[in-house]
Unconditional design. Structure first.
Length: 316
């Protein structure tokens, strides 16, 4: 767990998505009518499909942070890169050099310390944020560029729609700055994570047991945040999650005693689930809509297959 011993800020959020297509077009020939109906019932409508690779999407989002955030590349001390697509996303072949050639060099970031985060998959945001915050807190970096990017690979066996209709995977990236300097964004109050690798041992058909594991993981992570901040669920203006199906997200909210009207679900229909980028994109859209006022808290969940994270943020 990360405790707020000194103020660390998350700001200058930018993102890049693939072309948003109607669900019926993006999934044509991939799913049957019954699954398509269930996905629609889950709140899905648009799907982001990119021609560019994950690292190119990352470069677009990161470049926007530097440009719109009015910060020079030389001011970036470290880059934390989170992805499930680290080893290339066209043929699935190892291509670590693309981070240097497509991201760091073009943006003038070859000097920056590079750290990679991958294991939590769609829950990578909490892991990456912990790394970035601790780089600043330790004094190893003053300004960290956090980037998360993923793209569904165009290789056999990969698919966008989850068979249980809980998600449609989209292509996208998001980036932000982590600093000691308060900017237009959020103070990072606390980050907590809970992992349960044993969930992978659940046999097919044991959906209820898996659901109980997920709820336990969410409650463990969020509970640690509530204890650290001294805030109750009612003291959070918004709950932001990955863009899973609306019933799934509402189930998360119920498990944490958060009222539905405080749950941000707008982007489920807009572009579906862009892996770990969901959280930053949703926070950016909250800021753009002026939906979070200065001093209000936001609870962001960062959840993957076996790792659950909770992040307490306060609008600054």
């Amino acid at each position: 767990m990360m405790s707020a011993r000194e103020a660390i800020y998350l700001s200058s959020i930018e993102y890049a998505l693939g072309s948003v297509l109607p669900m019926s077009q993006a999934l044509a020939g991939q799913v049957g009518p019954e699954l398509m109906r269930k996905l629609g019932d889950g709140g899905f409508s648009g799907v982001a499909v990119a021609e560019r690779g994950a690292v190119e999407l990352a470069a677009a989002a990161a470049g926007a942070v530097l440009t719109r955030g009015n910060i020079g590349a030389s001011a970036i001390d470290a880059v934390v890169y989170a992805t499930c697509s680290f080893w290339g996303d066209e043929q699935g072949e190892a291509n670590r050099g693309c981070l240097q050639s497509q991201l760091l060099d073009p943006l003038g970031l070859a000097h920056a310390l590079l750290s990679g985060v991958a294991l939590a998959e769609s829950g990578n945001l909490a892991s990456a944020l912990r790394v970035a915050c601790n780089l600043v807190r330790s004094g190893d970096a003053e300004t960290v560029l956090l980037v998360t990017a993923d793209r569904v690979p165009g290789i056999p066996g990969e698919y966008r729609a989850m068979p249980n209709a809980t998600a449609i995977n989209s292509d996208g990236a998001a980036a932000c700055l982590i600093t000691r300097e308060p900017r237009h964004g959020f103070e990072v109050e606390h980050i907590a994570q809970h992992a349960n690798p044993c969930i992978l041992e659940r046999v097919k058909g044991d959906g209820f047991g898996k659901y109980l594991d997920i709820v336990a993981g969410l409650r463990a992570a969020a509970g640690a945040v509530f204890r650290s901040t001294g805030a109750s669920p009612d003291q959070y203006r918004w709950l932001v999650t990955n863009n899973y199906s609306v019933p799934t997200i509402y189930g998360f909210a119920e498990a944490l005693d958060v009222r539905r009207e405080r749950v941000f679900v707008d982007n489920v229909a807009r572009f579906a689930h862009a892996f770990a980028a969901d959280g930053l994109i949703n926070l950016a859209d909250l800021l753009a809509a002026a939906a979070a006022r200065r001093g209000e808290r936001v609870l962001a969940l960062s959840t993957g297959p076996l790792t659950w994270g909770a992040i307490s943020l306060r609008r600054c």
